[in-house]
Design a protein around this ligand. Structure first.
Ligand SMILES: *Cc1c(COP(=O)(O)O)cnc(C)c1O
Length: 387
């Protein structure tokens, strides 16, 4: 992990707003521009600005100075040309997908992806867009699942919930040779641990509600891509669908980004220890965490705080017992902030669906937050002792 090193390290990029001191009277953090619109001295100037809203402040649903500061930081962290921030991760994801496909096209989902993203691709049948999932992380099998009308390959690396790695460079190369667009959801790794655009991926999307915000008090999303692709994404999916980020969220996101390198370092260190502990526990059949197997030609440069594990007793009763027994881990869906979290997709009535989705009935997901790691391990030990 070299985020503090290099001539222009990611750490420096996270502090990038220091460049704006002169613009804003030396304000130590950039002001929150809460105005919905900007006024112009004459009719002609407004006309020029409206004709090119990507590069002019006209109306909040296009550009906002505070949001733009965050967008510039995220674009640089991802080594992309441009970024737009959205009202949520799902707003960024739908913008990326809507821009990439039309009626008659097929979306190929690589293994497990975020549930709402999968639900969205399913919903798009209504507009004549079909999808399928290839439950494999092997490049040749993914390639074999491409159809003549595949126009988009959608990836999470590591995959959602099972946290397995795919060869994104190879998939991007195959997609490019066939004129297929690639989108990668980089929420798990953050731009600090993986820069998919440098491997040939076309569009990177994020939920900023997780690590980027980092304090469980902000909902947001981001989309990073080339200037060329952003041209239509901005005028169509951003401005017309209207899922823009607000300046207050942008301000919270800026605060989160200042400490992102420190927080990710802490998550990595603690999660490695928790994963190591779980692999040795007799009640645990399997631990899914890419940090445990770093020699598998992984393209990640670091490992974050989400992992899952399978209980040997793969039943709803066993899952429930463990989750209800933990004291420090909080029971809930999200992650990326201070609090350690725990949850399972097994709700006792959906074993058939889990089987279809290739998810083990004894699977529990945890997010390792910032509580002392010895306490987190002790908490899991006492909870697992019951099964
Ligand atoms: C949370 C999440 C999303 C959705 O983001 P929202 O901000 O909740 O809309 C998408 N992908 C991944 C991997 C996530 O964890």
């Amino acid at each position: 992990m070299n985020i503090f090193e290099g001539s222009r390290s990611d750490f420096e990029i996270c502090m990038q707003f220091e460049k704006d001191y002169d613009r804003f009277y030396g304000a130590v953090i950039p002001p929150t521009f809460g105005n919905t619109l900007f006024v112009f001295p004459d009719h002609e100037e407004l006309g020029e600005a409206v004709a090119d809203e990507r590069y002019h402040y006209v109306y909040w649903r296009g550009t906002n100075p505070t949001v733009e500061i965050v967008e510039n930081i995220l674009a640089q962290l991802e080594r992309g040309e441009q970024c737009k921030c959205f009202a949520s991760g799902m707003a960024a994801i739908s913008a990326a997908i809507f821009n990439s496909v039309s009626a008659g096209d097929h979306v190929l989902c690589v293994s497990h992806i975020y549930k709402s993203t999968l639900d969205l691709t399913t919903y798009m049948k209504k507009w004549g867009v079909e999808h399928s999932t290839v439950y494999s992380t092997i490049t040749a099998e993914i390639e074999a699942a491409i159809k003549p009308n595949t126009k988009l390959i959608y990836i999470e690396n590591p995959t959602d919930i099972t946290y397995e790695l795919v060869d994104i460079k190879a998939i991007a190369r195959i997609a490019k040779s066939r004129g297929i667009r690639t989108i990668l959801d980089n929420t798990w790794a953050t731009p600090l641990f993986q820069k998919p655009l440098t491997h040939g991926i076309d569009i990177v999307v994020h939920s900023a509600s997780k690590y980027l915000g980092g304090h469980n008090d902000l909902m947001g999303g981001a989309l990073v891509t080339s200037k060329e692709l952003m041209r239509t994404i901005f005028t169509k999916e951003y401005q017309l669908v209207g899922g823009c980020m607000g300046p207050r969220e942008a301000s919270l996101l800026l605060r989160g980004l200042r400490t992102l390198p420190f927080r990710m370092k802490a998550h990595q260190e603690s999660t490695m220890k928790v994963a190591g502990f779980l692999t040795t526990h007799p009640a645990v059949a399997r631990v899914h965490y890419p940090g445990l197997n770093q020699d598998n030609a992984s393209r990640l440069s670091g490992y974050s705080g989400l992992l899952s594990f399978e209980l040997k007793e793969a039943t709803y009763a066993a899952v429930k017992k463990v989750i209800n027994k933990v004291k420090i881990f909080k029971i809930g869906v999200s992650y990326g902030s201070f609090e350690s979290m725990i949850f399972s997709l097994n709700v006792g009535t959906n074993e058939e669906k889990l089987k279809r989705d290739r998810i083990n009935a004894g699977l529990i997901r945890i997010f390792v937050g910032m509580e002392p790691v010895e306490q987190l391990i002790a908490d899991l030990r006492q909870a697992l002792g019951e099964v």
